[in-house]
Design a protein around this ligand. Structure first.
Ligand SMILES: [Zn+2]
Length: 344
């Protein structure tokens, strides 16, 4: 199994953000990807950088003005605000109004919370994280059964026109759209502990991409606003969204039970190719976790995903700097490789 990663993805380095009324150190650090990269090398995974596939695959799932905004947003902010931190404070209300020409207005227009601070090289990092997703999906389209994209910054909270939850470009959605060039029915299975609210936003009215998101109940846990069980898609997408919610404190057995509901639903959809939004933040020692996954559970998931028998792009999402991040990634990816070797 190949892995895709570009060192430029490390260049987004947010220091802190505003959460629950206080500044806290930002959990989405470059070190996350460094730990996983080094684990891959230790385990003999071949890591290749992506080719530059351009902006078109990103703009296939995001509004073009949203993508273009990030290119010079940092420079514009510095010109306007000097040394002040590029964290938005003006957001549209429920009646969104119109986009202002001011960087202060535009940053709030395009970033829907304070967790996506701009850094000097954010554009470069998010662009190459998305290219890693494109390359991963391309490799699957051209015949690799399973490929791992070490995407960082993560992507599954990014909406068609809004950054939030540490995410700017929706790497999983980009990958799914690339797979659609070859396969008629694609599914995204999101096993990060948070709702794949951005992926839901992008595909909610589409019947050709099935989204199953397994996450802690948004009524009491971020992302709060989307991911409820009665959100099942609209229009041609009716029935092509499945939100499987967990309660805080959910045991590994309870998580795996819901996970298998997702596997079944993805098979029932007639899925021809699969994207896994692969978060490790269900781990019981993850700093953001409220549920009880261990390495054993991640191994079970990995093996059952491989046994679905589908061409699969693994796209890295969350999983933060707890003691087991690298270990859980190692367990998941080596188990996947082992299970794949049985099907050769
Ligand atoms: Zn997460």
């Amino acid at each position: 199994m190949k892995a895709i990663f570009d060192e430029r993805q490390l260049k987004h380095n947010p220091e802190r953000y505003f959460r629950r009324g206080a500044y806290i150190p930002h959990p989405e650090q470059p070190e996350r990807a460094v730990l996983i990269r080094d684990m891959l090398l230790k385990n003999g995974f071949e890591i290749e950088p992506p080719l530059d596939h351009g902006e078109e695959p990103i703009k296939a799932v995001h509004d073009p003005d949203y993508v273009d905004f990030w290119k010079d947003a940092y420079v514009r902010w510095r010109e306007a605000a000097g040394d002040a931190e590029p964290i938005p404070t003006y957001h549209p209300g429920r009646r969104a109004g119109r986009r202002s020409s001011s960087i202060y207005g535009q940053l709030g227009w395009y970033a829907t919370d304070t967790s996506v601070p701009l850094t000097e090289n954010t554009w470069e990092a998010i662009y190459w994280s998305a290219q890693t997703a494109v390359e991963t999906a391309h490799r699957v389209v051209t015949g690799d059964r399973m490929v791992y994209g070490l995407c960082r910054p993560p992507g599954h909270h990014a909406m068609s026109n809004g950054a939030n939850g540490f995410c700017f470009f929706n790497n999983a959605a980009v990958a799914a759209q690339v797979l659609r060039q070859e396969y008629g029915k694609v599914a995204v299975f999101d096993i990060d502990t948070h709702t794949g609210n951005g992926t839901l936003d992008i595909f909610y009215e589409r019947g050709d991409v099935f989204l199953c998101s397994l996450h802690v109940d948004p009524d009491i846990y971020p992302t709060y606003y989307l991911g409820y069980a009665d959100e099942t898609g609209e229009g041609p997408g009716k029935g092509a969204t499945l939100n499987l919610t967990l309660q805080p404190g959910a045991t590994e057995a309870a998580i795996l039970h819901r996970f298998r509901e997702g596997v079944q639903a993805i098979q029932d959809f007639g899925t021809e190719a699969l994207v896994i939004s692969l978060g490790f933040d269900m781990a019981r020692d993850d700093p953001l976790s409220e549920v009880g996954m261990t390495g054993t559970g991640f191994e079970t998931m990995a093996r059952e995903i491989v046994r679905m028998g589908l061409p699969t792009a693994l796209i890295q999402e969350g999983g933060y700097l707890g003691p087991s991040l690298s270990n859980n990634a190692e367990i998941f990816l080596t188990a996947s490789r082992d299970e794949l070797s049985k099907t050769d």
